[in-house]
Design a protein around this ligand. Sequence first.
Ligand code: NIG
Ligand code: FE
Length: 377
Amino acid sequence: MTTLVTGIGELTTQDPERGPLQDAALVVDGDLIAWVGPAASAPAADERIDVEGRAVVPGFVDSHSHLAFAGDRADEFAARMAGERYDGGGIARTVDATRAASDDALRALLARRMAELRAQGTTTVEIKSGYGLTVDDELRTLRLAAEVTPETTFLGAHVVPPGTDVDSYVALVTGEMLDACAPHARWIDVFCEPASPHAFDGEAARTVLEAGRAAGLGLRVHGNQLGPGPGVRLAVELGAASVDHCTHLTGDDVDALAGGDTVATLLPGVEFSTRSPYPDARRLLDAGVTVVLATDCNPGTCSSSSMPFMIALAVREMGMTPAEALWAATAGGARALRRTDIGVVAPGNRADLAVLDAPTHLHLAYRPGVPIARSLF
Ligand code: NIG
Ligand code: FE
């Protein structure tokens, strides 16, 4: 079954060979894009959708989220707006709420959140565990996440559970917990943050990542969120796909990113929601670093699931152009997940597309908070 999508006022392909197209059309065959080009030369298809001059962009790729949780921490957000600082301590509250939730309750929460994402134009999302922190609860959240996305990440090393010592917890994460979780995860992640009393230092993070790699998982790192630290350089050294947050960077960190294969994923919803200084995207881009945007959607540091909001923040607060921010939220997200079948509108790729109630992509940043984006299919 083929569908012709026509009447595309502006098509952002993110395909360097094609560039953006005006008055464009595309043909979808099943789940895949079959043809892209000017509307005037579009081939026939079984069905036709006319988007009446709207802009079409690749579906957003949200390469960093923590959607497998129960409860909320809106009270912590309010306290931060009144001056309190974030240090990761609230994670334990979400762990309690998540452990107490039944499988069906978590499944319903995930389904609702997936619908919320699609309604805002996100077509791929990565989901981390990390609110279980026991073998059974980490396995359970990963299994449930795997029901809704192939991009699942084992984050047993989110924080050290209260009352446990770091060394024995790292032994559990890299032993029995990893054995149970690895078959249900594509990635492993660690909250490497010496500035937090709850997270992991560089040495513990290295142990976790090396064990994950030996178990066949790809690597991702939460690094340099709350202060300078070893996370970014460790991620680059170990060839992680992405290091995420990158809020506090030294010149050496920027040089390492510029010289390595690891992308920098910025999560400006976190700085918004923790009232913190934004990462310096311009400095990274000017140094030649691949910059990606994601939501980090989680109950503690950013409760927004909106990629258009991240684009607006990146443009308004981090010195990115609207085109750079859109690339970072689409093709960049694909890069962070080491995927070549999404993020770029080209024949053979997945037909993951977002349509905007707007004539151009500029409106994503120009109309913040207005729900103009939705997934096309
Ligand atoms: O990416 N930094 C660590 N983890 C999450 C926050 C999790 C939480 O506070 O519940 C983050 O910001
Ligand atoms: Fe995160």
